[in-house]
Design a protein. Structure first.
Length: 418
């Protein structure tokens, strides 16, 4: 909201460039009407940017109105001002703002501010209020964006969760779909760290890691001999920390990862606190910022699962997804999950028809991973059982298990609560 069209155009251009959906309003009254209408339709805005100086009502006053509104009280707010004075930041925080920036607004500062603000929980009465995001804290977050990370996973659900978590911490991310692409990407960019799924098509994470480590060894040997076997256009290879991502948590799995040349090991579902601890171990950064604060209670936008005990998703995982991307993210990811899960079921059925134990185990493992990252724990356990039962042969009971998976996953697409 801003009464100057040029300011609205600039911010709308920035947000559209970041892939956001944007609505603008030139007065507080119009902006409030837009916010109320969207909330009543069940598609609330994820964030509002308010100008300080507007006709009829300034940004501070409007923020207090929004924080006292039954449907809009949890909306994250960012204040933009041309007349920043001593004490204004504290006033903005007291009025309910999560971010406070002075004009002129630089694109990268606004981007880091919005990423951080949209990662915050709305605090409960007994929780500490998250710190106000200013241009100084946004600059601190921006320092992490110089570190580029690679995510290697063949399922979009898993990619999405990893990238959202990493971007909330201010890191830049690239994504690849298999081990071949991971090896090629590591030749082109000096990544700070690689998150490597262990089980991928064409080339798995173990083999990809071995190839990356072999190239690093060759480079180290060439330096010792004062020769370079690589094109001068290649980035100088260094030992990239590689962290395994796997749906397995069985004895021996971590040892297998380390033997392949990986440095660390994370199991799915991927949790913010475990990811943060791992990054602090392997990246040369003293402090990570921008991670959503953990909350003991689900946010109020969670689907009501009280009517049935067959609700397939863990409510803590729903909360994690919504905290990362706003109320609409979990719904959109459910659609992606259903599409990928049904593709895994297709592969399971094809493997049964061809009596291919290896293909069946691979499909079951992939389904297990995306189920765990989405919080579909029960479905993940069924997939895990199928994977374990089919190492040497395919028992007849698997046919019924796969049929049950298809039924449940298909029903998720029709669940009106999601």
């Amino acid at each position: 909201m801003d009464d100057h069209p040029a300011n609205l155009d600039v911010i709308a251009y920035y947000a559209t460039d970041w892939g956001m959906e944007v609505s603008t309003a030139s007065t507080p009254a119009k902006g409030l009407a837009l916010l109320q209408s969207a909330a009543q339709k069940g598609r609330p805005f994820d964030l509002a940017i308010l100008d300080m100086e507007m006709p009829g009502m300034d940004g501070m006053t409007l923020a207090r109105v929004l924080k006292n509104h039954a449907q809009l009280s949890t909306l994250p707010l960012v204040l933009l001002t041309s007349l920043g004075q001593r004490g204004d930041a504290q006033l903005a925080r007291n009025s309910g703002f999560s971010g406070y920036l002075t004009k002129p607004i630089r694109k990268h500062v606004l981007e880091h501010c919005l990423r951080t603000v949209m990662g915050f929980h709305v605090p409960e009465d007994n929780q500490a209020v998250p710190p106000l995001v200013t241009r100084f804290s946004a600059k601190e977050l921006g320092q992490h964006s110089t570190i580029r990370l690679l995510v290697a996973d063949d399922h979009q659900v898993n990619q999405q969760l990893a990238v959202l978590l990493l971007e909330r911490m201010g890191f830049r991310c690239d994504v690849v779909w298999n081990g071949h692409e991971a090896v090629e990407a590591s030749l082109k960019h000096p990544y700070g760290l690689i998150l490597m799924d262990c089980h991928m098509p064409e080339m798995d994470g173990y083999e990809a890691t071995k190839k990356i480590r072999r190239r690093e060894e060759l480079y180290a040997q060439s330096l010792a001999k004062n020769i370079s076997p690589f094109d001068t256009s290649d980035p100088p290879p260094h030992r990239i920390p590689i962290v395994a991502l796997t749906a397995n948590a069985m004895q021996g799995d971590k040892e297998k990862c380390l033997l392949a040349g990986m440095d660390d090991y994370l199991t799915k579902p991927l949790r913010p606190e475990s990811l943060q601890a791992m990054l602090q171990t392997w990246l040369p950064t003293p402090k990570l910022v921008g991670l959503p604060n953990p909350s003991p209670n689900p946010p109020p936008t969670l689907p009501d699962s009280s009517s049935t005990d067959q609700f397939p998703f863990d409510r803590d995982m729903i909360a994690q997804w919504q905290n990362l991307g706003g109320p609409g993210l979990f719904g959109s990811m459910v659609k992606q999950f259903v599409e990928e899960a049904l593709a895994c079921v297709d592969s399971l059925e094809s493997a049964i028809a061809s009596n291919d134990e290896g293909k069946l185990a691979m499909a079951a493992h992939g389904l297990k991973g995306i189920c765990r990252n989405m919080g579909a724990t029960g479905l993940g356990e069924i997939a895990s059982t199928i994977e374990g039962e089919c190492r040497d042969q395919i028992p007849s009971t698997v046919v019924q298990s796969v049929a049950s998976l298809r039924t449940v996953i298909s029903n998720i697409a029709c669940d009106e609560r999601l």
